[in-house]
Write a protein that binds this ligand. Structure first.
Ligand code: PMP
Length: 363
């Protein structure tokens, strides 16, 4: 009989954690950028990679990458921690401060990996619920923070999969309700206005933070606006004490030299990144207007995806019909609080048209 690994209970995946990967013509299911990075980024990177001393371990502290990210956000390099994607950043953070007999607070419906990573690290998940417009209710947050005293409260902003941004006031309000860390996941932060980022609270270089601001951390990623999902690079901005806690929990040399180099080179292409963001947000607004024309229910989005509910038709049925037309989007229709809903990533205008045509046909 073949070996059956004795899985820990926490490892059993619930549906919805992984987006199915099918070979389709139009993939609008994982919120990646539809654009490649600039050609010049690719050639500059290849040239930098040809000079790497591959026999040596990478810079364990990712010194130059952290310096570039710090400069971009006007913080100190000691306030930056990098890992292989923001999911890994969150996992390392929870290895450092989560664990048995500690709790994390999330507000559902939200990014499923937050609670999944909590379970992987044996951190108990406490779930609050968003209101009808998918916003966090500060009063409910206060009660849950008082009752459970979580080590970390997650705020996903813009929230995946619903698209709404939480205001800086909500973030500061929650900081005042808890003695734990407030982790704002801004994987889609660049799609929203910079003044609405929780980073505005941290970005005074060299400032002395009061106690509550030292408990604020923000996560960002190179997987979306930077068009670098294949590389796996994400980062956290937080207090130097939090960063050294993450460094203790990370495995030695966890971030390869090619990955560090890719991030350093990317930072030289900020204006190209901003141009792509502009294109994607314009397309997002066109896509939402077209969805409304098709009389499907939509929600406002500050990210590169739109949540919608296709009226009388079952979400699952519409999703399957789209797959049959070689268009893959995300089926959220059986997620609690999102009954019947689907989420479409903003693609190129041609991809969006393919999606809209296929949707119109099946409606
Ligand atoms: N946070 C949110 C809210 C996300 O939607 C995603 C990607 N789906 C991530 C984090 C993970 O991104 P990365 O590729 O950096 O691990």
């Amino acid at each position: 009989m073949s070996y059956k690994p004795p899985l820990r209970d926490e490892i059993a995946l619930r549906p919805g954690y992984h987006s199915p990967q099918f070979d389709v013509e139009v993939a609008l299911n994982t919120n990646e950028s539809p654009f490649l990075p600039p050609e010049q980024w690719t050639s500059e990177l290849l040239s930098a990679l040809s000079k790497v001393r591959y026999n040596r371990y990478p810079d364990r502290k990712a010194t130059e990458l952290r310096r570039c990210i710090a400069e971009y956000h006007e913080v100190e390099a000691e306030e930056v921690f990098c890992a292989n994607g923001s999911n890994e950043v969150i996992e390392i953070l929870l290895l450092a401060i989560g664990g048995p007999s500690r709790k994390a607070l999330v507000f559902e419906p939200t990014y499923a990996l937050h609670s999944h990573i909590c379970r992987l690290t044996s951190t108990e998940v406490v779930s609050g619920h968003r209101d009808e417009s998918f916003r966090i209710d500060p009063e409910q947050a206060r009660k849950l923070n008082e009752l459970h005293d979580p080590v970390v409260t997650f705020i996903c902003s813009p929230n995946n999969p619903t698209g709404q941004l939480e205001s800086v006031d909500v973030v500061t309000g929650i900081l005042g309700q808890t003695e734990g860390l407030v982790l704002v996941d801004e994987a889609y932060g660049e799609f929203a206005s910079p003044v609405s980022s929780a980073l505005t609270l941290r970005s005074t270089k060299g400032a002395d933070y009061d106690d509550s601001l030292s408990r604020l951390a923000v996560v960002r990623t190179f997987s979306k606006v930077w068009s670098m999902a294949a590389f796996r690079l994400g980062y956290l901005i937080g207090s130097p004490q939090l960063i050294s806690a993450c460094e203790r929990a990370a495995l030695p040399y966890h971030l390869s030299t090619p990955t560090q180099t890719a991030g350093i080179v990317a930072m030289r292409y900020r204006s190209e990144m901003e141009d792509r963001v502009k294109q994607m947000t314009q397309e997002r607004d066109r896509l939402r207007a077209e969805l409304e024309r098709l009389k499907v229910q939509t929600w406002p989005s500050e990210a590169n995806f739109i949540l919608f509910r296709p009226g009388d038709r079952s979400g699952r049925e519409v999703w399957q019909k789209l797959v049959d037309s070689s268009v893959l989007i995300r089926d959220c229709s059986d997620w609690p609080g999102l009954e019947g809903c689907l989420r479409v990533t903003v693609g190129t205008s041609e991809e969006n048209d393919r999606f809209l045509d296929a949707l119109e046909e099946c409606l």
